[in-house]
Design a protein around this ligand. Sequence first.
Ligand SMILES: CC(C)(COP(=O)(O)OP(=O)(O)OC[C@H]1O[C@@H](n2cnc3c(N)ncnc32)[C@H](O)[C@@H]1OP(=O)(O)O)[C@@H](O)C(=O)NCCC(=O)NCCS
Length: 436
Amino acid sequence: MADHDSNSNSLLENQTPNPDGNSASENESDASIDSLARQVQESLSLAKRHKFWETQPVGQFKDLGDSSLPEGPIEPPTPLSEVKQEPYNLPNLYEWITCDMETTEMCTEVYNLLSNNYVEDDDNMFRFNYSKEFLHWALRPPGHYKSWHIGVRVKSSKKLVAFITGVPARLRVRDSIVQMAEINFLCVHKKLRSKRLAPVMIKEVTRRVHLENIWQAAYTAGVVLPTPISTCQYWHRSLNPKKLIDVGFSRLGARMTMSRTIKLYKLPESTVTPGFRKMELHDVPAVTRLLRNYLLQFLVAPDLDENDVEHWLLPKEDVVDSFLVESPETHEITDFCSFYTLPSSILGHPSHSILKAAYSYYNVSTKTPLLQLMNDALIMAKHKDYDVFNALDVMQNDSFLKELKFGPGDGKLHYYLYNYRIKHVLRPSELGLVLL
Ligand SMILES: CC(C)(COP(=O)(O)OP(=O)(O)OC[C@H]1O[C@@H](n2cnc3c(N)ncnc32)[C@H](O)[C@@H]1OP(=O)(O)O)[C@@H](O)C(=O)NCCC(=O)NCCS
């Protein structure tokens, strides 16, 4: 049986980019063994029982391919008076808390829990290290609810041992705008794993979301649960190949030397697109128009207004970076690119402790070719000393990944909706959504 504790973390998997390393036949047989292994693993996880998820209003594996089921909410909302008013029961030694993420003390406690216990790769070489500033940003968008930032403490010592969060978001699914919660940062302390605490955390956040009269949610995970609306892949672009190889994030390609590898990934000193500059506050209306229009082409995408854009996309040092192209002639804003900062701790390495990673966020090209725009984003990330630039194969990303020397990661990221059925599994390119 697959063990859900071994988080197959698609976000951190070692990359084995293949600049001009392995021969084609070696690659093909590697790829077919990989894909066979994946198919076996996937069919095993499909056969697996999900004692908790089978009880929830989510797409069930047995219904896969049943196109008679309607698209949309799986269960209707219940009257608010019928939503359970008291929190779910926790084992006696523990208590619920609502985390006030406005205080540095609370941000520090959450930071400590996550930096020691959150997502690791399969080989336990890297662990996500979301910064306090990032958490403060990620959990306080316009209209956020404090009650959706949920912690569990040990009653006696007050130690924080589990966490889960939601933030409100409007998502568009085809033509419907749906109020949702984006659920993130589910974490149970390593010493409390496999005790069925996660289902209680999920039920409690669901209850608190229902109390706000919201009945749908979106989330991602590296593990297969009932049932992904889409399965995406991370790709990695080396910016500091020497460090990535030193720390075991990537390997030297066959018949490659370090100096050839460094040369292969070298980027120009400065960006090439005329009018390329950092986004500023006064750009919010233009960026909102550009992004809203662009996201219309995807089946599932956020419905962002100016307040959302100001919060999620206005640059914030070491949290989110955004750039745009302002036409030197017309001063029109024609293109946009952005990435967020999510370092990982490097576990047990003698000389390196942090891997500085940029994650592609929302990008829009109307005049500048996407390839050139993203190359400028890479140049900016390199300039800011990131070691690696990661991107999912969502939206139109597939069109630049190979050409800009991204290599595929070996894990997957699955996207899920709670209490919303989608008839067909979506291709990553039909998804216009990036969750942090
Ligand atoms: C994810 C985590 C909280 C799960 O806790 P756990 O102690 O391993 O598992 P529990 O015994 O409490 O609960 C198991 C149930 O939670 C479900 N579950 C596990 N990981 C999950 C996830 N990421 N999202 C939703 N449900 C999840 C399991 O599928 C299982 O339900 P099922 O029987 O219906 O399949 C814990 O492993 C952890 O903190 N991991 C590191 C951080 C992490 O990976 N977070 C999730 C990021 S998406």
